[in-house]
Design a protein. Structure first.
Lengths: 132, 139
């Protein structure tokens, strides 16, 4: 558990903002999902390392995140739950949302992430893409 | 810190009692100074409910608008390094005024002895608006 928490801390909150270590630790059969309705570029379920990697590479063009407080990491076996609060700017309309609480659920297998679930209020993102 | 088994038993009972709409017994699981954090409060909802009595009163109103309420626990993870228990669960509820509420949640419980000290629930607030509107209409 301690190893998984240490790994999650290193991958989820890289001090230099570099997501490559996270991408290097995606399992080939990774499933990534954000709880947001259909109709936005981040909606739906992304399956497989290539799809999730592409999603993460596209993300900076859509949203810019900034953590508002240190994350809380809770470990249980092969699973780590990350609780945090961040602000994010929606590039499409320039709207910035502050104080956005979120929970990430990471399932790990042999040091690789097999499931990445994000539960967060992303209503503002839905609003931004509603008129498209 | 109570045992992992005791914590998971309390959390399972939390959802069982909600399904039975037994809010009074459910209230016994909470510490008198407990805090329920409403992470994404709909309009008219507070950002937190302080104290067992207020939590029970709030849920009495909430559960009253459900014709039926079911929560399916997809995963229950007692943290190894703290007293927290995380629960992934899905909700399916029929509203007394018609309509169905569904959501996929992650709840985090923290304890004071054998009582729940803090409860935080992460979910899609857009879906919950249906419930918030029903509570407001019933008030």
């Amino acid at each position: 558990v301690d190893d998984n928490i240490a790994l999650a801390k290193r991958l989820i909150n890289p001090p230099d903002g570099n997501w490559q270590p996270l991408l290097d630790h995606l399992a080939e059969d990774i499933v990534f999902k954000v709880t947001i309705p259909d109709g936005t570029p981040i909606s739906g379920e992304f399956r497989g390392k290539p799809a999730v990697t592409e999603h993460f590479e596209l993300l900076p063009e859509l949203l810019e995140f900034r953590q508002e407080r240190p994350m809380d990491f809770l470990g249980a076996g092969d699973r780590v739950v990350v609780l945090g609060c961040e602000s994010f700017e929606i590039k499409k309309n320039g709207v910035t949302v502050t104080g956005s609480e979120y929970a990430d659920v990471l399932d790990l297998r042999d040091g690789l992430i097999t499931r990445f679930l994000v539960i967060q209020d992303l209503s503002a993102v839905v609003d931004a893409y509603r008129s498209d | 810190v109570i045992s992992t088994e005791a914590r998971t038993t309390i959390v399972r009972r939390f959802y069982e009692l909600l399904e039975r709409k037994d809010v009074e017994s459910w209230g016994d699981l909470w510490h008198p100074s407990a805090r329920l954090v409403v992470l994404y409060p709909p309009e008219g909802f507070p950002a937190a409910i302080e104290g067992r009595d207020s939590i029970v009163a709030g849920f009495r109103d909430l559960i009253g608008i459900y014709e039926s309420y079911a929560s399916k626990l997809a995963g229950l993870y007692p943290a190894a390094d703290s007293d927290a228990v995380c629960v992934e669960y899905s909700v399916r509820a029929s509203m007394t005024g018609g309509g169905e509420y569904t959501n996929d949640n992650l709840a985090v419980f923290r304890f004071d002895g054998e009582l729940i000290r803090e409860y935080r629930d992460y979910f899609d607030p857009r879906r919950f608006q249906l419930v918030a509107d029903a509570v407001a209409a019933a008030a």
